[in-house]
Design a protein around this ligand. Structure first.
Ligand SMILES: [Zn+2]
Length: 185
């Protein structure tokens, strides 16, 4: 096959919504093309780029959709998902930062039996994390902007949609990504 740029393909569920928003469901184009050729997904739109085998040429899929609806799984408890739930903002001072500047804080400290789970871990800036240290919320004088919760897949989708990353998206993806938000504007 000829050389093509490092393209990715947006993957939609059978209901034409992204399989996930945070992070956005994308495959490497080669995986997407294989899935199209094996008839596992519908090809929804393509890039201009083509690849050639000995006998045929194929357009590179830019958007594909699963043929069978894939039920959404529970949101896994990961660093990224906690940051996403909290909008990459410190839950004490509300400041938004780069991932590298952020850390986690146990609302009830581990030394006081606090668990590492959705309802006790929040995004925190380094400063507030140091300030809070091993103190309870009351002792620290800090206030939580919002009570931490376990997000459903749908809630996490909403969090991801609020983050702006339009500039990195191919135009053929926008029809499937910003339909709701365009209607609201
Ligand atoms: Zn802070």
């Amino acid at each position: 096959m000829t050389h093509v740029p490092n393209l990715t393909t947006l993957v939609l569920n059978a209901d034409m919504q992204p399989l996930s928003w945070g992070p956005l469901s994308v495959w490497h184009w080669q995986d997407a093309l294989v899935a199209v050729l094996q008839d596992r997904v519908f090809q929804v739109s393509t890039y201009e780029h083509e690849v050639h085998s000995v006998t045929r040429s194929f357009k590179i899929p830019s958007v594909v959709a699963l043929k069978r609806y894939q039920k959404r799984k529970r949101v896994s408890f990961t660093r990224y998902h906690v940051f996403l739930r909290d909008g990459f903002r410190c839950q004490y001072c509300g400041e938004r930062s780069e991932t590298s500047e952020l850390t986690f804080d146990h609302v009830v400290p581990r030394s006081k039996g606090g668990l590492t789970n959705w309802t006790n871990v929040v995004t925190s800036c380094q400063r507030d994390n140091l300030l809070k240290a091993d103190k309870s919320l009351h002792e620290s004088g800090l206030k939580l902007r919002r009570q931490p919760y376990q997000p459903s897949p749908h809630q996490l989708d909403e969090c991801a949609k609020r983050l702006q990353y339009k500039d990195v998206l191919h135009e053929s993806w926008l029809d499937y990504l910003y339909w709701d938000s365009t209607l609201e504007e």
